[in-house]
Design a protein around this ligand. Structure first.
Ligand SMILES: [Zn+2]
Length: 169
């Protein structure tokens, strides 16, 4: 995992790339994996966390990209009608105010819904369908700094201190 000079997580790279960056003097290694790689002349302990020596400015840092996966993340993979948690494949996006009634594709009008609820709600508003939302949808304020979703079972323990709860999903 690559951290910015400010210790914010930026992205995940292969250990080969991490070692190249280190050879180039661009990063410092903060943590190692308990694993080694051998070259002809040297044995390397694989880096787990590296930090850039110079700060990289991230564009659109405060804007969360409006996309399916981020809507699921905002809603914590929970159907906003029946309050049950599902995997991405079982989830759909629902227009709270249906498109046919002028509903927009926006953070405040799109919510996560399971297939059953989406079908049941159909072309109605939550009030018409008698299916109240469990939470009012809003634009998320958290920043998605890591562009790879990290499963909590996959992420090494040493990474967790650098990840916020929203990133370690
Ligand atoms: Zn549901």
């Amino acid at each position: 995992m690559v951290l910015n000079a400010s210790y914010e997580p930026l992205k995940i790279v292969s250990w080969q790339k991490a070692i190249i960056l280190w050879f180039q003097g661009k990063v410092e290694i903060l943590e190692h994996h308990n694993a080694f790689a051998n070259s002809v002349t040297q044995k390397f302990q694989l880096p787990s966390i590296i930090r850039l020596k110079s700060y990289v400015r991230i564009r659109n840092q405060n804007v969360v990209r409006f996309c399916r996966e981020n809507i699921y993340k905002r809603d914590r993979y929970t159907c906003q009608y029946c309050d049950s948690i599902f995997g991405s494949k079982e989830l759909t996006l629902d227009h709270v105010l249906p498109v046919s009634k002028g509903g927009q594709k926006s953070w405040t009008n799109i919510v996560t819904a399971c297939r059953d609820c989406n079908q049941k709600k159909g072309n109605k508003t939550p009030r018409e369908a008698e299916m109240p939302l469990i939470a009012k949808p809003a634009e998320p304020r958290w920043i998605q700094k890591v562009d790879v979703s990290i499963s909590t079972t996959m992420a090494p323990d040493s990474w967790r201190v650098y990840l916020t709860e929203d990133e370690a999903v």
